[in-house]
Design a protein around this ligand. Structure first.
Ligand code: SAH
Length: 274
């Protein structure tokens, strides 16, 4: 049983034990037998077990050596499974997988990720506004903190809408799949969780100067209560920004959270290089 493997805090280990949540994750991944899945943090393998019969192959990256040994004993012999021991943030997947022609480029990611490195994992999977990942995945299903899931999927004018919403929605189509309560895990994390599905694709039209767009978003959201023209005054004169916003049919008194991702791109593209 899962519960006999003592979870380690250091690696943010929380074993999922809800059939309902597992079903939702697997359904959201829309798996077919040509899918090559990357799983991050397989832990005791509860999700891995579900993925293996539905996909062409599963490559799992797990940092915990002891868990890796147990996983190898359990499912090491399964033909379409490859376990890599290592830190997902450090690992160069392409190079590591080069000697394994049976496990070519993964097209989907399905994972219950360690919450202490959520931001870094998402950046590894999608890149950034300034540097989007050229060959990202077709689809990414993640179980993560509900608060982060809310921010990723938030629309303008909502409490959760933040620079993270703009950053991720610039890089991917984002869907909130379902809530997962803390009690679905052993031990329960301090926060509630949720499943999101991301389909990487750059928003259209995209920023002419992505570096500048990234900088504007960061500055614009620096103080959410202030009007955009005040947050950005160090880089654009207030009157000029008001004029630009008016040209875009956006209220010049807007705050960062009032602008949709498309409006952020339009604003960035209406500026010459700063
Ligand atoms: N998928 C399992 C476990 C989720 S807990 C389940 O649903 O039950 C998160 C998992 O990520 C743990 O197994 C932990 O050891 C692993 N992990 C933590 N940091 C990691 C890292 N940097 N790289 C790869 N795996 C990591």
């Amino acid at each position: 049983m899962n519960m006999t493997i003592q979870p380690r805090k250091r690696f943010a280990q929380h074993w999922l034990r809800s059939e309902k949540a597992l079903n939702k994750i697997v359904q959201a991944a829309e798996l077919s037998d040509s899918d090559r899945v990357l799983e991050i943090g397989p832990g005791t393998g509860i999700l891995t077990h579900r993925l293996l019969p539905l996909a062409e192959s599963v490559v799992a990256v797990e940092i915990d050596r002891d868990l890796c040994q147990k996983l190898v004993k359990k499912i090491g012999g399964v033909e379409n499974f490859l376990l890599l021991q290592g830190d997902i943030l450090e690992l160069d997947l392409e190079t590591t997988l080069a000697p394994f022609p049976k496990f070519p480029n993964q097209n989907k990611v399905v994972a219950n990720i360690p919450y202490n490195i959520t931001g870094q994992i998402i950046e590894k999977l999608l890149g950034t506004i300034a540097l989007p990942l050229a060959h990202s995945y077709d689809l990414i299903v993640l179980l993560l903190q509900k608060e982060v899931a809310d921010r990723i999927c938030a629309q303008p004018d909502s409490k959760a809408y933040s620079s993270l919403s703009v950053k991720i929605q610039y890089l991917a189509n984002c869907e909130f799949i379902c809530d997962v309560p803390a009690k679905a895990f052993y031990p329960p994390p301090k926060v509630d969780s949720a499943v999101v599905r991301l389909r990487p694709q750059l928003i259209e039209p995209h920023a002419n100067n992505p570096k500048q767009m990234e900088m504007l978003v960061k500055l614009g959201f620096a103080n959410k209560r202030k009007m955009l023209r005040n947050n950005l005054k160090a880089v654009i004169e207030r009157d000029r920004l008001s004029q630009l916003l008016e040209n875009l049919k956006v209220n010049p008194q807007s705050r960062a959270e009032d602008l949709s991702v498309q409006e952020w791109v339009a604003l960035a593209n209406s500026l010459e290089d700063l």
